[in-house]
Ligand binder design. Structure first.
Ligand SMILES: O=C(O)c1cc(=O)[nH]c(=O)n1[C@@H]1O[C@H](COP(=O)(O)O)[C@@H](O)[C@H]1O
Length: 276
């Protein structure tokens, strides 16, 4: 999916919601354990209940890799179940020397080899250009580079002063020479509200993947105040806040209710910004 198509979907659904699919076997409703693949069944019902309210799904691969072969199978089936017109993010946070990154790119982008072809992958920028460029060889795919993350530890490196500014600012500035806003997005945590104005100065046209609303306490209003651009430019993710809204047999309905609350808020924001 390209940038124009993504914005079309945002306008059509009046939503820039990304639902995080981060299921833990111990936390899903226990009646699902009767299914052959409880994790897939959980995701399937969440997807079916929320697909008209969101424009993206983001399975974090850790939640699948941790279950070995069974987990990869659940991930594969989940990817295959997501409707074609919804943007898919493999939240795998990869990045290594070039030939290794090329294998990671195959793992998530090359359906012939791996059985999966996500629209995008999250990548760590620490190893530099040659660790990121193999992902950009797939012409219709996106790299989502970690820039200003939502976690406490972002202080350790991202805020370090360099001759070109803070380290996360350098990540955005330098990487924007590797690919333009048609191919590269940045991760900016919702908990980094005060930094959105600065980030928009550095990346005015880029889409930002914004995790951290819901369970991590980030505010959608704060994110949008400075984060919106003329094509929305935001994909706001919530995982636990949506997928664990209910614990019983009606968990998918409860998830829909939480997703709907965010979608309604997003619709108001898009209307106010005259984007729809
Ligand atoms: O790359 C990410 O998606 C990510 C970056 C970041 O800075 N913070 C962050 O929480 N995430 C991911 O976003 C999701 C947040 O989940 P919830 O806190 O449950 O909504 C998890 O999959 C995290 O791994």
């Amino acid at each position: 999916m390209n940038k124009k198509q993504l914005f079309e979907q945002i306008k059509f659904k009046k939503s820039f919601l990304c639902v995080g699919l981060d299921p833990v076997l111990e936390n899903i409703p226990q009646h699902l354990l009767d299914y052959e693949d409880p994790i897939f069944e959980f995701n399937r019902q969440i997807i079916d209940a929320t697909a008209d309210l969101c424009v993206a799904y983001k399975p974090n691969t850790a939640f699948y890799e941790s279950r070995g072969l069974k987990g990869w199978e659940s991930l594969l089936k989940t990817w295959a179940h997501i409707p074609q017109n919804i943007f898919t993010i493999a939240d795998a946070k990869r990045g290594d020397i070039g030939n290794t990154s090329a294998m990671y790119a195959d793992a998530f982008f090359n359906e012939e080899k791996s059985g999966m072809s996500f629209d995008s992958i999250t990548v760590a920028p620490y190893m530099g250009k040659d660790s990121v460029s193999p992902f950009l060889k797939y012409e219709d795919k996106w790299v989502i580079l970690l820039a200003a993350t939502s976690n406490e530890g972002h202080h350790d490196f991202q805020l370090l002063e360099t001759p070109g500014g803070r380290l996360y600012e350098e990540v955005i500035r330098v990487s924007s020479e590797w690919a333009d806003s048609e191919r590269m997005m940045y991760v900016v945590g919702a908990t980094r509200g005060s930094e959105f104005a600065n980030i928009r100065r550095l990346a005015p046209d880029s889409f930002l993947l914004v995790p951290g609303v819901g369970a991590q306490g980030g505010s959608l209003a704060d994110v949008c105040e400075f984060g919106l651009n003329d094509h929305c430019g935001l994909l706001v993710n919530s995982a636990r806040g949506i997928i664990y809204a209910g614990k019983g047999e009606d968990f998918a309905e409860k998830a829909r209710e939480e997703a709907l609350k965010l979608q309604v808020e997003m619709e108001e924001i898009l209307e106010k910004a005259e984007l729809i």
